[in-house]
Ligand binder design. Structure first.
Ligand code: SAM
Ligand code: FES
Length: 374
């Protein structure tokens, strides 16, 4: 797979020729940034190498029109693995008594961001479980400190479901972006992945609040979770169209041995790549990461993600001592590396497939802003 995708990306050579049906479907999707349900489902069925290659090439063409060959870096600071939630798929769920819990202090978080700045990161992503030990005031003061130290560094929060008032406070403190994956937009499927008190309605309400407040919002789903069907993906696409997020993060589900889904199959890399490409056609300007989960399932997963239309990577900036503890799923990569190693490893990986990591905040470019720049 690596060779086919990478060879195809450089030479345009693939086994066989693209079918007329898929060529027309992919072209239509790129032009309209949309497809009716039946055609979208048909696109999800893609399986022949030549058809896939055409899809990936079209996704690259679209992303290069918006973002050229640039790939944006986000420095991920996993600052707590305490979590009040009990998502059935997640290794840091509150019921996992085997998880070795930690939380960083405000000073440690600021030090990670500082180190990230020196390494050329212009976005710090503060991610954690839903740890209510961090009050709104504490979150705000960490955000303020990072913004004061480095005014040209964006701060992204990814700390789960909170009240609208809390989201407003973080925004006022200087957090401009928020990542909250919707996980699946099918309410019945959602209920099979979460305990009864964690509802689809709350997730939706949070995303709507974040959007209303003015955050650049990131959302997205896992690929290949138990009970997921193609109709769930259809619901995901329609939900994404409704929210119209600036960032869309997707990655394969990978089981964790101390969760109820321990014995379930992992999501597929190929399916994830297909979905990244189709998302790129639907959302030409979106910031789409090639995720760590993709790199965990496949040693060249992140490179393939970029070749399928992704334009963001998120190397780990967390202190080495805690990385193994932020174990959402088994086998997570980059848990033994220093921040600098991860940063430069990622740069080499991106360059190896013809793209270029840039030192930039990497803000969302709306079609309007493009027009203004011209
Ligand atoms: N608590 C915050 C939230 O809920 O948004 C941020 C942390 S949460 C652990 C980050 C993401 O990890 C989730 O949105 C989910 O998509 C992903 N994740 C959790 N368990 C996973 C698994 N077993 N395989 C793949 N991704 C997983
Ligand atoms: Fe972390 Fe390669 S990106 S070691």
């Amino acid at each position: 797979m690596r060779n086919e995708l990478i060879r195809g990306a450089f030479t345009g050579e693939t086994e066989g020729t693209v079918s007329e049906e898929y060529r027309a479907l992919i072209d239509e999707c790129a032009e309209k940034k949309d497809l009716p349900d039946a055609q979208l489902l048909r696109l999800l069925d893609i399986s022949e190498e030549a058809d896939e290659a055409y899809l990936y090439a079209k996704a690259r063409e679209v992303r290069e029109r918006s973002y050229g060959k640039e790939v944006y870096l986000r420095g991920l600071i996993e600052f707590t693995n305490y979590c009040r939630n009990d998502c059935l798929y997640c290794g840091i769920r509150c019921s996992n008594a085997k998880a070795d819990r930690y939380r960083l202090t405000g000073e440690e978080i600021a030090a990670c961001a500082d180190q990230g700045y020196d390494l050329g990161f212009r976005t710090a992503v503060l991610q954690g479980g839903e740890d209510m030990h961090f009050s709104d005031e504490e979150i705000c003061s960490i955000v303020r400190e990072i913004r004061a130290m480095h005014p040209d560094m964006a701060v992204t929060l990814s700390i789960g479901e909170r009240s609208r008032q809390s989201y407003e406070k973080y925004f006022a403190a200087g957090a401009e972006r928020y990542l909250l994956r919707h996980e699946t937009a099918d309410p019945v499927h959602y209920a099979r992945l979460h305990p009864a008190h964690q509802t689809w309605e709350t997730k939706k309400r949070c995303l709507q609040d974040l959007k209303d407040i003015g955050y650049q919002v990131g959302t997205g789903m896992m690929v290949g979770t138990p009970y997921q069907t193609r109709d769930c993906y259809l619901a995901d696409f329609r939900f994404l169209q409704e929210i119209d997020p600036q960032m869309i993060g997707i990655g394969p589900f990978i089981p964790h041995s101390d969760t109820p889904f321990a014995g379930e199959a992992a999501g597929s890399v190929t399916e994830t790549l297909h979905l990244i490409s189709i998302l790129r056609l639907f959302f030409p300007n979106a910031l789409i990461p090639a995720t760590t989960a993709l790199g965990t399932k496949d040693p060249f997963g992140r490179e393939k993600g970029v070749l399928a239309g992704a334009n963001v990577v998120m190397p780990n900036l967390s202190p080495r001592g805690v990385r193994k503890k932020y174990l959402l799923y088994d086998g997570k990569i980059c848990t033994g590396d220093e921040a600098a190693e991860c940063r430069f490893c990622m740069e080499r990986r991106i360059e190896s497939v013809g793209y270029r990591v840039v030192v930039s905040r990497g803000d969302y470019r709306s079609s309007d802003s493009e027009n203004q720049e011209q």
